[in-house]
Design a protein around this ligand. Structure first.
Ligand code: NOJ
Length: 566
């Protein structure tokens, strides 16, 4: 990577090589659950190294690593003790550098999670803040406030944390007396940074450079819409604050002017990310970032702009049920947004925060991924869920833009239910009758590599979340040579996608009421049957289909086929 003079915008390019991320298939690795080489039950970088051939066999363009930084795991590693190191259970910086080199050697880019909204309460600067007096420069790096009530014994306001309970925690002052309160949008172990503080800003720029200099190609920005806050009094009531910016499929009542919500999506973020862009542009090709920002499409442009991060997640397909109308609206709207803003869209069905889509699609279409609970579906519903998941993924892989894939979805892996309560890790886990009934542990269970063995090839020593008995049927070993497996489908679709994905153009085809079809340049056609009866295929040669057939027979319900014409 060479260094160029900083400029304020993504440099004008002919696209492909320098803006590789525009059409990339990105595979998300949750490091603790991918592959464990040192037998401690926790995935590590040496484990990743041993699976580089596998990653290459998937035909993905990039790998995104969820946090691997030193952490007490109050929130799966999103509580970062040190932004410029690797947790010893995952490896060393040298191991990570070896992973980057190995992936780059196979033509795979590397994206890492950066967590700028909050640190952990073990971060050196938070510990310094606790040891320093109220009003000190060390306290100013975080959001400390005096409490209400005669002795300051009440939190500064009624705001709630995302994982429940007050968003404020009271500290003991250095002399041991009850003292100030600090703000945390998530767990109490995740104090929010004060982004008005210049030292905080500078320190994150140093972190970006640290990883850029080690060869990472980009960042996934956690809670990207949360950094700038208005913590001035009078505080609005939580009732009002919680009606914040949402996905456009939610009819949220927005009670603040755009850009003026006290906690999310504030206009001041533009300036922060413009500073990041300056750093990104000192690399060649420029680094890029994708924002995790749950905001309406009109506001997404700010994160995805060419003088900001570059790209923003749209979680609209992830939030949509199996409904042709919703799919078409979401796709059309996001493609229009991307074109208008000189970025590309991102298509996501699964990640480490939601119930796996093979299981989600077993539910009726009204199911809301981030809000509703579900239980393990019966076999018929599970089969329907998997069929729809395969169809949805194949459809999305044919769309212009990037596809973000979460480890295990290439195996059609279902969500794991009924994890014993004493194994719970997720701060948002809901426990009833001794088992986890909601939360994010069920999509974070270590991957099955082999059909048998105590830990299904994930490890020879343990699995930090228990793997169910049925796991082997979804293993890499079981699926590798099966022509109809989900793994074979992903490999083949991703291989073809690379070949066909030459432009960002899409045209809808009208093939009847329950069929969503479109054509791309080079005569590439995608057809999805949302109906209850088989659908005729248009003219063309079938190259891949999700319903187990390989011919031109009518397409089964809940299936997608790709064809080429000409
Ligand atoms: C979003 C991450 O994806 C999630 O896992 C985490 O709990 C929160 N941000 C807080 O960092």
């Amino acid at each position: 990577m060479s260094i160029t003079e900083p400029t304020g915008q993504i440099p004008d390019t002919d696209g492909t090589a320098r803006q590789w991320w525009r059409q990339a298939a990105v595979y998300q690795i949750y490091p603790r659950s991918f592959a464990d080489a040192n037998k401690d039950g926790i995935g590590d970088f040496v484990g990743v190294l041993s699976r580089v051939d596998y990653l290459a066999s998937l035909n993905v363009d990039a790998v995104w690593f969820s946090p691997f930084y030193p952490s007490a795991l109050a929130d799966g590693g999103y509580d970062v003790d040190d932004y410029r190191d690797v947790d010893p259970s995952i490896g060393t910086l040298a191991d990570f550098e070896a992973v980057i080199a190995a992936l780059h050697g196979r033509g795979i880019k590397v994206i890492i999670d950066i967590v700028p909204n909050h640190s952990s309460n073990r971060h050196a600067w938070f510990r310094e803040a606790l040891a320093s007096p109220a009003g000190s420069p060390a306290r100013d790096r975080y959001l400390f406030r005096d409490g209400k009530g005669p002795g300051g014994e009440l939190p500064p306001n009624d705001w709630q944390a995302m994982f429940g309970g007050s968003a404020w925690t009271r500290i003991a002052e250095p002399d041991g007396t009850p003292g100030q309160w600090y703000f945390h949008m998530f767990a109490p172990q995740q104090p929010d940074w004060n982004w008005d503080n210049p030292e905080v800003r500078e320190d994150f720029l140093a972190t970006l450079r640290f990883w850029g200099d080690r060869g990472v190609d980009g960042f996934r920005v956690d809670v990207a819409s949360g950094l700038a806050k208005d913590m001035s009094e009078p505080y609005p009531e939580w009732e009002r604050v919680m009606h914040g910016p949402m996905s456009f499929l939610e009819s949220a009542e927005v009670t603040f002017d755009p850009g003026r919500h006290p906690l999310f999506d504030r206009d001041e973020l533009d300036e922060i990310y413009a500073g990041w862009r300056q750093v990104f542009n000192t690399y060649d090709p420029p680094l890029f970032a994708v924002a995790e920002a749950w905001v309406t499409p009109d506001r997404q442009a700010r994160y995805a702009s060419t003088d900001g991060l570059g790209q923003s997640f749209n979680f609209d397909l992830l939030s949509a049920g199996w409904d042709i109308g919703d799919f078409r609206t979401v796709i059309q709207r996001n493609l229009e947004f991307a074109e208008a803003n000189d970025t590309t869209s991102t298509w996501v069905f699964s990640n480490h925060d939601v119930i796996r889509h093979a299981t989600r699609y077993s539910q009726s279409s009204g199911y809301r991924p981030m809000f509703d609970r579900m239980t393990r579906p019966d076999d018929a519903a599970a089969a329907r869920g998997l069929a729809r998941a395969r169809a949805a993924t194949l459809l999305a892989l044919a769309l212009p833009g990037s596809a973000y894939l979460y480890q295990g979805e290439e195996l059609g892996l279902p969500e794991v239910f009924d994890i014993p309560a004493d194994r719970a890790q997720d701060p948002s886990a809901v426990i009833e009758n001794g088992v986890i009934v909601a939360g994010r542990d069920g999509c974070r269970v270590p991957l099955p590599w082999t059909a048998s063995g105590e830990f299904f090839g994930f490890s020879d020593g343990g699995a930090h979340l228990p793997q169910p008995k049925w796991y082997g049927a979804f293993s890499v070993e079981a699926e590798s040579d099966d022509p109809n497996s989900t793994l074979t489908l992903y490999r083949e679709a991703l291989r073809l996608r690379r070949k066909f994905h030459t432009s960002e153009h899409l045209e809808w085809l009208d093939l009847g009421n329950n069929v969503l079809a479109f054509t791309r340049p080079n005569g590439w056609i995608s057809v999805t049957n949302f109906g209850a009866t088989p659908a005729q295929l248009p003219v063309g040669t079938v190259v891949v289909r999700t319903d187990g057939r390989h011919d031109r027979a009518p397409l089964a319900p809940d299936s997608t086929a790709w064809l080429v014409r000409g």
